[in-house]
Design a protein around this ligand. Structure first.
Ligand code: A8S
Length: 175
């Protein structure tokens, strides 16, 4: 089935870019209901549930899962960074839209922000769309920065798919 992005979210996935910014939009189809996928995506306090590089996470400012709160994410060793401070920007439970930005850390990603939207796609299938925008000014080249971010986001989405499908399968067995 060809997926048509609803107009209600199209502006989130077609950002207007400054000359020093790059963006990418990735799609992932998941064989699990949107409610199951949303439970994972919207849990700002626990990105390690589906992000394979995240070692631990804790809320360091504000109330968990309230827009404006900050989390500290510690990542696995072997990566070019060890931690990242991130702000919850959008949490729309009705439209299933989630957004966060990276505000600091010991990495070279400058002004990174990401928006994910979830779309039920018939049956028990969900399409996840993630768009991230990043400032390439301070980092290496635009292409290198984008390729690095793309690799991580792709892996996150693939893991999200596996974890959500696992959860959905287990829920079925209990019926
Ligand atoms: C996300 C997206 C990204 C996370 C990157 C791009 C990161 O957590 C990792 C390595 C880094 O060098 C930067 O959705 C940073 O989490 C895995 C620590 C921010």
């Amino acid at each position: 089935m060809v997926f048509q992005l609803p107009t209600t979210v199209s502006s989130h996935h077609n950002p207007v870019l400054q000359p020093n910014e790059c963006s990418s939009t990735l799609f992932q189809t998941i064989a699990a209901p949107a409610s199951v996928v949303w439970a994972l995506v919207s849990d700002f306090e626990n990105p390690q549930r589906y992000k394979p590089f995240v070692r631990s996470c804790r809320i360091i400012d504000g109330q968990a899962n309230q827009v404006g709160c900050l989390r500290r994410v510690d990542v696995a060793s072997g990566l070019p960074a060890s931690y990242s401070i991130e702000r919850l920007e959008i949490l729309d439970h009705d439209q299933r839209i989630f957004g966060f930005s990276i505000v600091s850390g010991d990495h070279r990603l400058s002004n990174y922000r990401s928006i994910m939207s979830l779309h039920p796609n018939g049956g028990d299938e969900t399409v996840v769309v993630e768009t991230c925008v990043i400032d390439a000014a301070k980092a290496n080249t635009k292409e290198e920065t984008c390729a690095f971010v793309d690799t991580i986001v792709k892996l996150n989405l693939r893991t999200l798919s596996r974890v959500a499908e696992d959860l959905a399968g287990k829920a079925q067995q209990q019926v």
